[in-house]
Design a protein around this ligand. Structure first.
Ligand code: PLP
Length: 362
């Protein structure tokens, strides 16, 4: 018998991931007719006044939502977060200098691998031996490290820096999976990057925030497209930007502002995470390997005490319209991503299914 497709889908994908429904409706309309121009956003020249206005508003909204000062520049770049693994050390680190890195998961270790191509890397702390189930404590960052790189939220293992370490170094952060999800002193960072496809838009664009005072201090000759200063000078239009992806980011940023900004979404994100972790803690079928104080509010990783129940639960969830909760192959179990656009009603729905499953298993 053909399975019936549930009428409502609850999308817990880790990335690309859920976007607000109204954003998708507006994006769909703009594909047919952008701002009553008679043209699709897909066929609009990037130097037109229409698109220049999109880019300017998107940058201004990032500045406003993150409360950035005038030294911090906003760029929308190609290549995803992974390109930043190399572009950051290329711009900030000379071959004989050292950069400090925290190793807290798959994405951090990829960043470390790339940095080693451009200078020395000091891994000042690592949770690798604990299978990345926590955020390291008790470490020191040498004063002469050119910068200190952290991954604020570890998408695959479900841990998150709840407090940003205070050091005298230039702070660099990969915020791909928790950007704009909580209030932070974003001006305290020298550089922030985030692939858009987790929390701010579709795949194909990377948001970068950089304090221009930290640039231009290496002796390296940089290829034109790799030098942040060229992108800043051209207002993030050094070459053709990913026009549609930037537009959808703008729609999401407008949505976030209308909702009350970062402080408002943080409150909702806290409620969503508490709802799901409370169920994991109280439902005796479920558990989590992640150390409590380091639990991510964006990617909730959990397992079942009896691993034989994992496939049946996954099937049950799927049959009831839940998408994307299978854990990453390296972490196993389940992962429910609760990005900004995830409504609390969907989290409640998942929690209800976990309860029903327990009752039917009893
Ligand atoms: C998804 C992710 C990346 C990789 O992003 P791409 O845009 O695919 O390169 C890097 N870092 C973190 C923390 C991520 O979650």
């Amino acid at each position: 018998m053909q399975a019936v497709t549930p009428s409502i889908i609850h999308n817990f994908n880790a990335g690309p991931s859920i976007l607000p429904k109204e954003v998708m409706e507006q994006a769909a309309a703009a594909i047919l007719n952008f701002n009553n121009s008679g043209l699709s956003i897909l066929e609009l020249g990037h130097r037109t006044p229409e698109f220049t206005a999109v880019m300017e508003e998107a940058k201004a909204l990032v500045k406003e939502l993150m409360k950035l000062d005038d030294h911090h520049q906003v760029l929308f770049l190609h290549g995803g977060a992974s390109t930043q693994f190399m572009q950051v050390p290329m711009n900030l680190l000379d071959q004989k200098e050292t950069a400090a890195y925290a190793d807290t998961g798959v994405w951090s270790s990829k960043a470390i691998k790339e940095a080693k191509l451009f200078g020395k890397v000091d891994i000042v702390c690592s949770s690798k031996e604990k299978n990345y189930n926590c955020i390291p404590t008790d470490f020191a960052v040498p004063n002469d490290a050119k910068y200190f790189h952290i991954t604020t939220n570890n998408t695959i293992y479900g841990t998150q820096w709840q407090r940003i370490p205070q050091t005298s170094n230039v702070m660099v952060a990969d915020m791909s999976s928790d950007i704009l999800s909580r209030e932070l002193d974003f001006n305290a960072f020298g550089l922030i990057y985030a692939g858009a496809q987790k929390n701010i838009g579709p795949a194909g664009v990377n948001l970068l925030v950089v304090n221009e005072q930290i640039l231009g201090k290496t002796k390296r000759n940089l290829p034109t497209m790799m030098d942040y200063r060229n992108h800043i000078a051209e207002g993030s239009m050094l070459n053709t930007p990913p026009v549609f992806a930037v537009y959808v980011c703008l729609l999401t940023l407008r949505w976030l502002k209308a909702l009350g900004g970062v402080a408002a979404i943080e409150k909702i994100n806290n409620e969503k995470a508490a709802l799901l972790y409370d169920e994991i803690d109280s439902n005796d079928l479920f558990t989590t390997q992640v150390v409590k104080k380091d639990r991510s509010k964006m990617n909730v990783c959990f397992t079942m005490k009896d691993s034989h129940l994992e496939i049946p639960f996954l099937e049950y969830a799927k049959a009831n319209g839940i998408v994307g909760i299978k854990g990453h192959r390296l972490a196993g179990g389940f992962r429910a991503s609760l990005y900004n656009a995830m409504p609390i009603s969907s989290v409640q729905y998942l929690v209800d299914l976990m309860r029903n499953f327990k009752q039917s298993a009893a």
